[in-house]
Design a protein around this ligand. Structure first.
Ligand code: HEC
Length: 146
């Protein structure tokens, strides 16, 4: 038994609408991905990358302390990496080169790291305090500039 011709026509019309709607959706998704890629490509990834690497170094330092791994071998390499990375803040944020407050925050972090490297923590209590001090230096700048 065949369905009446009018039902068949309605069915194929609905199918066509569905197909066009589906096609529109696919084109929309592809266009969105292309546009967001283009926007991303125009942004300099360096500032966020620098921050994320510093973040990971602080997290590794903090994890080591939480696990009672507080020897010089645990802390000094992280502190050296953080100290080196903190030199590139001006390259990452060139607009901030002449901003006195930004420079003060950046040099505050460098000073904390200099002091820590001059006499690195030798136990977990000292290392815990140092992690907190570093985090406070990060926070201080973020409060004003992020
Ligand atoms: C002298 C200023 C300054 C200091 C010090 C500083 N930051 Fe930042 N940080 C910024 C600014 C400005 C941004 C916003 C960057 C942006 O959105 O492009 C930022 C953003 C971030 C972000 C987010 C990045 C993203 O993808 O949005 C992380 C994570 C971060 N900082 C971690 C740290 C850590 C960890 C420290 C300390 C070791 C630190 N920052 C010290 C200025 C600073």
């Amino acid at each position: 038994m065949n369905a009446p011709a009018s039902t068949q026509r309605r069915f194929s019309t609905a199918y066509r609408y569905l197909f066009v709607a589906g096609l529109g959706l696919v084109i929309g998704v592809v266009a969105t991905v292309m546009i967001s890629r283009a926007i991303q490509a125009r942004q300099d990834p360096f500032p966020d990358s620098l921050m994320h690497v510093m973040q990971r170094q602080v997290a590794l330092l903090s994890d080591a302390q939480a696990q009672n791994r507080c020897s010089l071998a645990d802390s000094v390499p992280r502190l050296q990496t953080l100290r080196s990375l903190s030199n590139d803040m001006d390259i990452a944020f060139p607009d901030m080169r002449d901003n006195a407050q930004f420079q003060q925050h950046a040099s505050g972090l460098r000073a904390t790291l200099n002091t820590a490297l001059a006499s690195p923590p030798t136990d977990c209590v000292a290392m815990g305090k140092l992690v907190e001090k570093i985090k406070a230096d990060c926070q201080a700048c973020h409060q004003d500039f992020r």
